[in-house]
Design a protein around this ligand. Structure first.
Ligand code: ADE
Length: 225
């Protein structure tokens, strides 16, 4: 998979890809992530990429021209499956959306900033709008990092234990069951007996029951879906 991220603050998007699972996915050539500084696509002085909004009002708006130039340059090189815009107005990211996006080959992610982008960018170039939750961030960059993490860890070969993404919370619209590791007794606080029993069919059943009970208690809305 190849992900091209368009941003006015590429610095914000460096470190998420320089450690842990995302770095390993890049090192293994399973995914390529390219950052594009929108300021490299403007002819205006001071590398201007934003302007005041027509009609008045507070806040600057990212202009269509540099975004068009950047997206067009990318599209000249290859076809893209989706051009995603990170915005609080978008569909709220969930596991189902992440699963779908993890199957794609080439994706562009446009990060908004200030008041957002000129509406014509959304009308002409954007194929999907994604929010990471009902709150407003200073820009789309942190949302893009969250989205990339959620997608990339699902691509086969990225996680060491292939089954581990399949048993994540939300994969079956259920929360994950509790997990424990050594010691089995920590200052009198013990691990459920069943997990030490070696009876794997029974352990599996216990985990399923725990996942269901937890979901019913903490996120009953998931069971309605
Ligand atoms: N940009 C600003 N707020 C955002 C949000 N909640 N999700 C995605 N992108 C955003």
């Amino acid at each position: 998979m190849r992900i091209d991220i368009i941003t006015v603050v590429p610095e914000l998007l460096k470190s998420p890809f320089e450690a842990s699972i995302l770095k390993r996915a890049i090192d293994k050539n399973i995914v390529e992530v390219h950052l594009h500084n929108l300021r490299d696509y403007t002819d205006k002085s001071y590398n201007q990429v934003d302007d005041y909004q027509f009609g008045g009002g507070a806040g600057m708006v990212l202009m269509i021209e540099p975004i068009d130039k950047c997206i067009s340059a990318l599209k000249k090189e290859r076809d893209y499956d989706e051009v995603i815009y990170m915005t609080p107005d978008g569909a709220t990211l969930n596991q189902k959306i992440a699963n779908g996006l993890s199957l794609l080959n080439n994706v562009i992610i446009l990060c908004g900033h200030y008041k957002g982008v000129d509406q014509r960018v959304r009308d002409l170039f954007i194929t999907k709008e994604i929010s990471i939750g009902d709150y407003v961030l200073s820009g789309g960059e942190l949302g893009a990092a969250v989205l990339c993490d959620a997608i990339i860890r699902l691509i086969p070969g990225v996680l060491n234990n292939e089954t581990s993404a399949l048993t994540d919370s939300f994969q079956d619209d259920l929360l994950a069951p509790p997990v424990y590791t050594r010691p089995s007794n920590y200052k009198g606080s013990t691990v459920p007996e069943i997990l030490l029993s070696g009876n794997f069919p029974k352990i599996e059943k216990w985990r399923e029951d725990q996942a269901y009970d937890r979901t019913k208690k903490l996120r009953p809305d998931l069971l309605d879906q």
